[in-house]
Design a protein around this ligand. Structure first.
Ligand SMILES: [Zn+2]
Length: 807
């Protein structure tokens, strides 16, 4: 019999009221499967989506920094429904002073310290950043938002329309039935925002120091044309106001876009250039051709040529024509400052064997861009293809501009740059290098999610940012594992234990900390799913299956959850529940370890062992000191008063015990006796380990057992161990007689994002940390101004500035 200690059995307490089923099936929460999306997480047999094609003529007015354009939209209604009106997204209206975005911006956030209160100990003034002041002034001085000049049918008949914030409802002249198509013409214009002033996803950046009189600009154009809102089987019109953070829900379609810009500009754009002869020189066209088979990027426009361009300027224009098939959006960039390099990426794909990886950047990008931008683009395609599908588009571009990082089909905007030094050279920091490689991988990676696997970004940021951050972490660690890519389990620990968080499944505009919530936490979750829970083989198969099922289609979270389970064959409902639907964190503690020894039931053995155990207990201090003082016991002094009990106690075996042992053996069934005798013979070590789940999130228990002989062994216990008692579990671990356990570590490789690793050790260990000595300062120095002394200060003039160091 094993004597299970009382404490071990009572640790698992669970009362009626506090039981929470961490393994409850998610089907109760997910939408019911239907003919459009099935229970396997795949598109259903009647899956549909709309198609919207665009023909656009757009003119960039460089001087006014204004866009003038007209678009013809062809809308194909593939839904089973009749539509009386169409909803169109007018994202530029977000910058209007009366927009929901502007009106609901709160005060007191990051960079804006709120007003000091009466009770506060500090009377420091509230803070408003210089950036916030600049933004206010820019919005005040510039008329922003769309000027919608015309909305008409393809035949020119005007259509009634109503603008609602960043959306416009266009009432069709007759209802559009299932299977029908209609066309619309919209003429529009808007003033481009200055990116540095308003911090948008696109805009212009001004370079006042360029040699050209008045300087030059880089123009990044995105969310620039009225785009159809998506009409879906799960939400009908996805007409949720654009507040700024929740990105886009869009339809696929074909584009044909004429972009008219100053003749000395270079244009980077979604799509394939249709008229290279009109806009590129013979030399440039030859270089582009050569780049297709080059080992390293070839300059189509060199640094010297770009520098020459940026000196002059022209009043002439050129029209660049781009076409693209099956894309969900269209963006472009234009500047006379751009140099342009390119290199072909070959893939074994009959339909699309060659992808042109290209980069566009000003001299400010310098060597950092020359070396790493196009190479990073190619690395991205290489790695992402392995995890998803072959890249289906003809180009993949990285453009340097004022936006830190933003993605569109075939084109991305990336911010890192070099620093101009006093000696005229340009250098970059290690951080800038890491930022450039990381951001290019990330933004180019967005081609896969959400540009091709077209998830609804406005609602579920994690579906594109989380999946993409997971993959950019894979690609990043294949580039250089020493760069911190932020997708290791340890990278999310601080966030998961913080109190200001919401579940990953929260709509993006309501998320408190978008970075950790929509990027890091889901990326780490997938990392853990791949390396720790499913293993690479099951995970990679299921993930690729998801990507291929939903390529050029519109998945929802349920489709992802269901596909990952269905294709891996593993029930992951507990994982989605814990990581995506709750704010629980991982903190598994090992509280106690008991060593149990199997009783032989033989009184001559067991009682001896019990006596030995008794002897190991520390002696009473009083008894010990009495002995030291030489105090003799009464029986020692008077031998004649001794009796039987002075030589026999409860640990002395007698024949009654021996007979009982005989009867015990006789009563055993033959198989029982065989099993018992073998167990006694082997005399294994039985360890009962008690674990508690302090964070709430159930996870596998990963154990490293260290034995007295110096060997170690890993044990991986699936999360399902918590299914009946999610707060505490005990586990019996049996080892061979010579494998005596000396210590246990839970999650020794930090695989599970356990927020407190100190309770992962048994026995507990001393925590290494650091301390720093410091010199105390006199507080009076900081608080009181010496007005008597300060009044003697001389007034500085501008002339002083050149030679003063200032303070
Ligand atoms: Zn992103």
């Amino acid at each position: 019999m094993l004597h299970v200690p009382v404490a071990a059995s009572s640790a698992i307490k669970q009362t009626k009221g506090d039981f929470e089923d961490k393994f409850r099936q998610l089907e109760e929460t997910l939408p019911t499967p239907n003919v459009y999306r099935n229970a396997a997480g795949a598109p259903g047999h009647q899956y549909w989506q709309q198609e919207v094609d665009y023909k656009i003529d757009v003119k960039l007015n460089e001087e006014k920094r204004r866009i003038e354009a007209s678009e013809q939209i062809t809308y194909k209604n593939n839904s089973p429904d009749t539509l009386k009106y169409l909803w169109i997204q007018l994202d530029q209206n977000k910058y209007r002073e009366d927009s929901m975005s502007a009106l609901t911006t709160t005060f007191g956030g990051i960079g804006n310290r709120g007003p000091a209160t009466q009770s506060a100990s500090s009377d420091a003034p509230a803070r408003l950043s210089m950036g916030a002041l600049r933004r206010q002034q820019f919005v005040e001085d510039t008329e922003l938002g769309y000027d919608i000049k015309k909305v008409a049918t393809g035949n020119g008949k005007k259509l009634h329309h109503v603008i609602v914030g960043t959306l416009m409802r266009v009432d069709l002249d007759k209802p559009l039935k299932a299977g029908q198509q209609t066309s619309l013409n919209i003429d529009f214009a808007f003033n481009i925002v200055e990116e540095d002033a308003v911090s948008a996803r696109a805009g212009y950046e001004h370079f006042p120091d360029d040699e050209r009189e008045g300087g030059n600009d880089i123009f990044l154009l995105a969310q620039w044309f009225p785009r159809l809102a998506a009409y879906t089987d799960y939400e009908a019109w996805t007409n949720k106001e654009f507040i700024g953070r929740g990105e886009f829900t869009l339809e696929f379609g074909d584009y044909d876009v004429n972009i008219t810009v100053p003749a000395d500009h270079i244009v980077s754009s979604t799509g394939t250039l249709q008229n290279p002869k009109d806009v590129l020189t013979k030399t440039q066209r030859d270089r582009l051709k050569k780049a297709e088979n080059a080992d390293r990027a070839v300059f189509v426009v060199t640094a010297e040529e770009a520098l020459e361009n940026e000196k002059a300027g022209t009043s002439k224009t050129k029209t660049w024509r781009f076409k693209a098939k099956n894309i969900r959006d269209f963006a472009w960039a234009s500047s006379r400052k751009f140099m342009w390099d390119a290199r072909g990426f070959k893939q074994e794909n009959e339909d699309n064997p060659l992808v042109m990886a290209m980069s566009f950047y000003p001299k400010e990008g310098g060597d950092l861009w020359k070396k790493y931008s196009t190479e990073s683009v190619i690395h991205t395609l290489d790695v992402y293809n392995r995890f998803t599908f072959d890249y289906p588009y003809p180009t993949a571009q990285s453009v340097n501009g004022p936006v830190g990082g933003m993605e569109y089909p075939m084109i991305s905007f990336n911010g890192p740059r070099t620093e101009l030094q006093d000696d005229g050279s340009r250098t970059y920091s290690l951080a800038e290098k890491r930022f450039l490689i990381g951001v290019v991988i990330h933004e180019v990676g967005h081609n896969y999610f959400p540009m091709i696997v077209n998830s609804d970004e406005r609602q579920w940021t994690w579906m594109d940012e989380g999946l993409n951050s997971f993959l950019d972490g894979v690609a990043g660690r294949e580039w250089d594992p020493n760069i911190p890519w932020g997708v290791e389990p340890r990278d999310v620990v601080w966030y998961m234990k913080s109190s200001s968080q919401v579940p990953i499944m929260t709509q993006s505009d309501s998320v408190l900390h978008l970075g950790p919530n929509a990027y890091t936490k889901p990326a780490v979750a997938l990392n853990i799913l791949r390396e720790t829970i499913l293993g690479r083989e099951l995970f990679d198969f299921a993930f690729r299956e998801y990507a291929q099922r939903w390529m050029f289609k519109r998945p929802t979270p349920a489709d992802f959850f269901r596909t990952m389970e269905e294709a891996s064959g593993v029930d992951l409902d507990w994982f989605w529940r814990g990581w995506f639907y709750s704010t629980d964190h991982v903190d598994i503690a090992i509280d106690r370890v008991y060593k149990l020894r199997l009783d032989t039931e033989d009184p001559d053995i067991d009682l001896k062992r019990q006596r030995e155990a008794e002897m190991e207990k520390p002696m009473s201090l009083t008894v010990e000191r009495n002995e030291q003082e030489g105090r003799q016991l009464w029986v020692e002094r008077f031998d004649d008063i001794k009796d039987f009990y002075d030589d026999n106690d409860q640990y002395t075996p007698n024949n009654k015990d021996r007979n009982k042992y005989r009867d015990f053996l006789k009563d055993l069934e033959p198989w029982e006796r065989k099993a018992f005798e073998r167990a006694v013979r082997e005399d294994k070590n039985y360890y009962v380990m008690e674990f508690s789940n302090k964070g709430g999130l159930v996870m596998p228990i990963i154990l490293e057992l260290e034995f007295a002989d110096g060997t170690k062994e890993m044990k991986r216990i699936p999360a399902e161990i918590w299914r009946r008692t999610p707060k505490a579990v005990s586990k019996l671990i049996v080892t061979e007689k010579d494998k005596e356990l000396v210590s246990v570590a839970v999650d020794p490789r930090w695989e599970t994002a356990d927020v407190d690793v100190e309770n992962n050790y048994y026995p507990r260990r001393i925590i290494p940390s650091r301390i720093e000595a410091y010199k105390s300062e006199k507080s009076s120095k900081r608080v009181y101004k010496d007005l008597m002394q300060e009044s003697k200060t001389e007034l500085k003039t501008d002339d002083d500035d050149s030679d003063s160091d200032d303070d």
